[in-house]
Design a protein around this ligand. Structure first.
Ligand SMILES: [Zn+2]
Length: 608
């Protein structure tokens, strides 16, 4: 959400960055053929997908259980206090606490962003209700919205360091409450919020670090109004009213988007998560207004981001985006432990790649989503009841998986949303059928041409290469099942009912299986989990990460092991989700991010 003062200074001095050779991004040169008819792939409903993966399900249960366990008075306390109302109950503390005397950085930044995660928590609960249909969750959503409605005052926004950030998140919470938890008052409360908030927002997109509020100190200059259009456009699409379309257009950050749309990187020094999140606003500007310029901005922005990402798919060390060809990503392997703001970054990344997939049907966005999921946020430490939050993934050569000292930080708002959204990321649809984006054990239910259809996916991927699907259909129906073939999956194969289908499978594309499907039809997909090495950048070809398919294998080591490329590529499995590399010394153990607990690890190794 923000970066430390030290990295703001770093931002100012970043004009002196050396140039080095990250691979050049592929630039968008014009409208994609698939967008000609504006036929976007559609999202399924949260309840259409049941996940049967312990890792994914556990993350949602843990997060929702923490949110359900918090006292309502505690949740409302900063909202009431900032509105000048009686505010009984315990403080949650950390970032959530309203401290009228907040005076800049303190340990853990306590009091930094009071109530800022409230809207995200309401959103996550509404999404959890849509998944579980647990009435207790719905009751909590409706009650929180009613209690929140009593705190909507001008004072709240005047006392708020992040009026646009708060507004953005509460728009999301209330529209999810309307759509997913069927809160009959949600849009009335949203309109009331907008009536009060509008005159306390900057009126246009204001960049991070610019103080637009006279009489306020520097801590009031880190708001993120440029992320608002996405949720405003979605609120408009979901029937909240035309004013949200107008407001969305009003806050488009064309100072940021215009150079990107022309294929020029506009990233250097920008706050990472919020500017990747802002690319989601550019996508929704395209999807709502039809603005090709904003599609080009988002698409080029994704390419610039991909070119400066770690092998895990994460990006933005010290929360800062870099110039193209910068060697700052390499330097971060020794210079910081704050390598990737994981829950917030993954949340923005999943939305961006989902929108890009919906518009372009380009499978590489699914590859990117998959990398970020398996190598970063799925391995996040769980949010706990004291607000301990997993914030940064650490890609330093001497790395540990640790909680941040920032309790109830921004990442405690996004992690529960991420955990709910695996379902809507996994499958997309169009009138012809379904696209399988993510390989996760799961069951998808939908209706096609009057028939009730179930697609059950069984797999231990990405630890095994094999994925199976079984179709159940109330009637025989003609439709397409399109399977993502990752870019690394050379030699992938598909069979239907035991017979090889589609001899030529092109990596980095969707394999479309169109036929008349009936109950019992069985698809087998094999994605050979090729081992490959990825250098941190082209200037440092000997600093590499080892991957098995989409999975980064992290070396569990407290020293810099002496190892060769050949030895790494010959890694063998030593358990269900562990690998072993023979070296001239002791064998090296490697684990995926989801299996690391407290051991010291290294994402990259120097090879001889
Ligand atoms: Zn965060």
């Amino acid at each position: 959400m923000t970066r430390k003062q030290i990295s703001r200074r770093h931002f100012i001095s970043s004009g002196s960055l050396l140039t080095a050779g990250l691979s050049a991004p592929r630039l968008w040169s014009g409208p994609h053929p698939a967008t000609g008819d504006r036929a976007f792939l559609q999202e399924f409903h949260y309840g259409d997908v049941t996940l049967e993966s312990e890792l994914h399900n556990h993350q949602l249960q843990e997060n929702i259980s923490v949110l359900m366990g918090l006292s309502e008075d505690s949740l409302l306390k900063p909202l009431r206090a900032m509105s000048g109302q009686p505010a009984p109950g315990e403080e949650l503390g950390g970032w959530y606490w309203y401290d009228p005397h907040f005076d800049g950085p303190a340990p853990g930044w306590a009091g930094f962003a009071p109530a800022c995660t409230f809207g995200q928590w309401v959103s996550a609960l509404a999404r959890a209700y849509a998944i579980t249909h647990d009435e207790k969750i719905r009751e909590r959503v409706l009650r929180l919205n009613q209690l929140y409605a009593q705190t909507i005052t001008a004072n709240f926004y005047e006392n708020n360091r992040f009026p646009a950030y708060f507004y953005d998140k509460i728009v999301c919470g209330l529209m999810d409450s309307h759509l997913l938890a069927h809160d009959p008052d949600a849009y009335r409360i949203l309109d009331h919020t907008t009536d009060v908030a509008a005159s306390h927002l900057p009126g246009k997109a204001i960049e991070h670090g610019r103080n637009w509020r006279p009489g306020k100190d520097d801590s009031y200059s880190q708001d993120e109004s440029y992320t608002m259009p996405e949720n405003l456009f979605l609120a408009y699409q979901r029937g909240a009213g035309k004013r949200y379309r107008t407001l969305g257009a009003q806050y488009l950050d064309d100072e940021y988007f215009n150079p990107l749309a022309e294929g020029k990187s506009d990233f250097e020094g920008r706050h990472a998560y919020s500017h990747v999140n802002a690319l989601c606003s550019a996508m929704q500007a395209y999807m709502t207004l039809g603005s090709e310029k904003h599609l080009r901005a988002a698409s080029n922005g994704f390419d610039f981001l991909a070119a400066q990402s770690f092998a895990t798919g994460g990006w933005g060390p010290d929360e800062v985006l870099r110039a193209p060809d910068s060697d700052e990503i390499f330097k971060s392997l020794t210079g910081t432990h704050s390598s990737f703001e994981t829950p917030c970054g993954a949340y923005a990344h999943f939305k961006l790649t989902r929108y890009l997939l919906r518009v372009t049907r380009d499978a590489r966005y699914g590859d990117s989503m998959e990398r970020v999921m398996y190598n970063t946020v799925l391995g996040a430490k769980p949010l706990d009841r004291q607000g301990h939050t997993f914030y940064y993934s650490d890609y330093n050569f001497n790395a540990k998986k640790v909680y941040s000292d920032r309790r109830w930080a921004c990442c405690s708002g996004t992690l529960p949303q991420v955990a709910a959204d695996y379902r809507i990321n996994a499958y997309l649809r169009d009138p012809q059928g379904v696209h399988v984006i993510l390989y996760i054990p799961s069951t998808l239910h939908w209706t096609h041409d009057g028939a009730r259809i179930t697609l059950q996916q069984r797999t231990s991927y990405p630890f095994e290469s094999h994925v199976e699907f079984e179709v159940t259909s109330s009637h025989e129906r003609d439709f397409a099942v399109s399977l993502r073939i990752p870019a690394w999956a050379t030699g992938a194969s598909i069979s239907i009912n035991g017979k090889r289908a589609l001899e030529e499978l092109r990596p980095a594309s969707f394999a479309m299986l169109r036929r008349t499907w009936k109950t019992g039809d069985h698809i087998e997909l094999d994605l050979p989990l090729t081992k490959h090495l990825e250098a941190i950048d082209s200037q440092h070809p000997d600093t590499v990460a080892l991957l098995s398919g989409p999975l980064v294998l992290f070396a569990i080591t407290e020293s810099a092991p002496s190892v060769t490329r050949e030895q790494l590529l010959a890694a063998t499995k030593s358990g269900e989700s562990s690998w072993r590399v023979a070296t001239s010394g002791a064998p090296l153990k490697l684990l995926p991010f989801t299996s690391i607990s407290d051991q010291q690890y290294s994402t990259y190794l120097r090879v001889g």
